[in-house]
Ligand binder design. Structure first.
Ligand SMILES: C[S@@+](CC[C@H](N)C(=O)[O-])C[C@H]1O[C@@H](n2cnc3c(N)ncnc32)[C@H](O)[C@@H]1O
Length: 253
């Protein structure tokens, strides 16, 4: 998969791409990340990427021409999906991440200042995505979030094939708590069931913990979970079925 990032600060990406899973994915050619400095597509003698807003007001706006010229070059050959990072965009979630991972090429446009000239957005952008209801100084951190979250969904990127499938949000349930050595930490012991080696019991324990965590922290997620017959039976057996039903009812609009 190929990411093309349009930014005025390409250096910001360097360290993120030099460590951990992203570095390995780059080395294994599972991803390519091409950083394009929008300033290289300016034509005026001061290499301006921004200008004052028509109608007045504070701040500067990113000019459409350098962005458009840069994008046209980047889109030569294979056309990628153009994503503008923007606080007014749809909020990123795991479902969107999965969808983005299905594209061969993503073009991520990072805004700065007060944002990007609206005509560029309307003419060139396929979708706008936000990483949350807060304002960043620029789209670069949000673009890194997309590169990171999408890359770990690509086949073969994670060491253990099951990791992504069992992540929080992958089926709508939060992940159960995890434990490692030592067996007792500051008087707190690891739950006995995890030490016994009975995989069936471990599975049931973790599933029920996931349901309890979701009920307590994010009950609205439960309405999209598809429980198997065996799971529903287990929920009934331990007395959680009713609570799950109520949480689902509350969140179906
Ligand atoms: C300072 S912000 C502009 C905010 C704009 N004045 C507003 O009120 O919506 C500059 C750039 O950072 C990026 N950005 C800021 N917050 C973001 C968020 N929550 N998600 C994605 N990108 C964001 C966008 O690319 C945006 O154009």
């Amino acid at each position: 998969m190929r990411f093309d990032v349009l930014t005025i600060f390409p250096e910001l990406f360097t360290s993120v791409l030099q460590e951990g899973i992203l570095r390995r994915a780059l080395q294994a050619d599972q991803i390519a990340v091409n950083l394009h400095n929008i300033r290289d597509w300016t034509v005026d003698k001061h290499n301006m990427t921004d200008d004052r807003p028509f109608g007045g007001g504070e701040g500067m706006v990113m000019k459409p021409e350098p962005l458009a010229s840069c994008l046209q070059d980047v889109q030569e050959g294979e056309q990628g999906r153009v994503v503008l990072l923007s606080p007014r965009g749809e909020q990123l979630n795991q479902k969107i991440v999965r969808r983005l991972a299905g594209h061969e090429k993503l073009v991520l446009v990072c805004g700065r200042y007060e944002g990007v000239d609206e005509r560029f957005c309307r003419k060139y952008v396929d979708e706008e995505l936000s990483i949350g209801d807060y304002i960043l100084t620029g789209g670069e951190l949000a673009a890194m979030v997309i590169v990171d979250s999408v890359t770990r969904m690509l086949p073969g990127v994670l060491g253990c094939a099951d990791s992504a499938a069992n992540d929080t949000f992958s089926r709508g349930l939060l992940k159960h708590g995890q434990y490692t050595r030592p067996r007792v930490f500051e008087g707190l012991a690891v739950p006995e069931v995890l030490l016994g080696g009975d995989h069936g019991k471990v599975y049931e324990y973790r599933f029920l913990e996931s349901v309890r965590e979701t009920l307590q922290r994010r009950p609205a997620l439960l309405h999209s979970v598809e429980f198997s017959v065996a799971e529903l039976r287990l929920l009934k057996k331990v007395g959680l079925f009713q609570q799950v039903q109520e949480a689902i009812k509350k969140n179906v609009h």
